[in-house]
Design a protein around this ligand. Structure first.
Ligand code: TMP
Length: 202
């Protein structure tokens, strides 16, 4: 495959919908085909990402505006250091969360979704945003039982219902919706179909 510019594919949706599993499965397929893949995630492990993680156990400490600023600062660093250079060198970049998450999560927290989108214009637009949808209860069960984890402040059930409504109301040209309430293999086949119909992929 030859491409002048890389491709940006992002995995989005509420927590516990299997995004990370599907990202890894796609990365393996692309790598086997000899495609240069870079996988990453947000929040990152950079300085701002670490500050965001510190909020997980006590979100009340910060205002919603300051919280948004942290997600934006983390993304700016991510774009400059990893995303933009990888795309410029023709790589396929796979991201576990990106600015659709900011619109949905910070939108659900009371900020204006249109304003959040407008403040993300520095971030390259995805060629494809795979938006995973599953009942909130299923996601919460996956987090608490399978991952053996407790819910952090971003994962509380009532909040996630509001986040899901934000995702449902989003209407961006890059979005393809995926029913994530099915087997890993069936979802994987959908992901492959959507990725391999992108211009520039074969
Ligand atoms: P994760 O690392 O398990 O995906 O968790 C990240 C959490 O941060 C997740 O609950 C969603 C939330 N989040 C936001 O609220 N805004 C954002 O912009 C991003 C990228 C994540």
């Amino acid at each position: 495959m030859t491409k002048a510019k890389g491709l940006l594919i992002v995995f989005e949706g509420t927590d516990g919908t299997g995004k990370s599993t599907q990202l890894n499965l796609l990365a393996q397929v692309l790598e086997k085909k000899g495609i240069d893949v870079v996988s990453s995630f947000e929040p990152t492990n950079g300085v701002y990402g670490q500050k965001i993680r510190a909020l997980y156990s006590n979100r009340k400490e910060t205002s919603r505006e300051d919280e948004l600023e942290l997600f934006l600062a983390d993304r700016k660093e991510h774009v400059e250091n990893l995303i933009a250079p990888a795309l410029a060198s023709g790589k396929v970049v796979l991201l576990d969360r990106y600015y659709l998450s900011t619109i949905a999560y910070q939108g659900a927290a009371g900020l204006d979704p249109a304003d959040i989108l407008a403040r993300n214009t520095f971030a390259p637009e995805p060629d494809l945003a795979l938006l995973f949808h599953a009942p909130i209860e299923t996601g919460v069960t996956r987090i608490t039982e399978n991952r053996g984890d407790t819910l952090n402040d971003f994962e509380k059930e009532d909040y996630l219902r509001k986040v899901q409504i934000q995702f449902e109301e989003m209407d961006l040209p890059c979005i393809k919706r995926i029913d994530a309430n099915r087997s890993i293999e069936k979802i994987h086949q959908d992901v492959l179909r959507l990725v391999f119909t992108l211009p520039g992929m074969k």
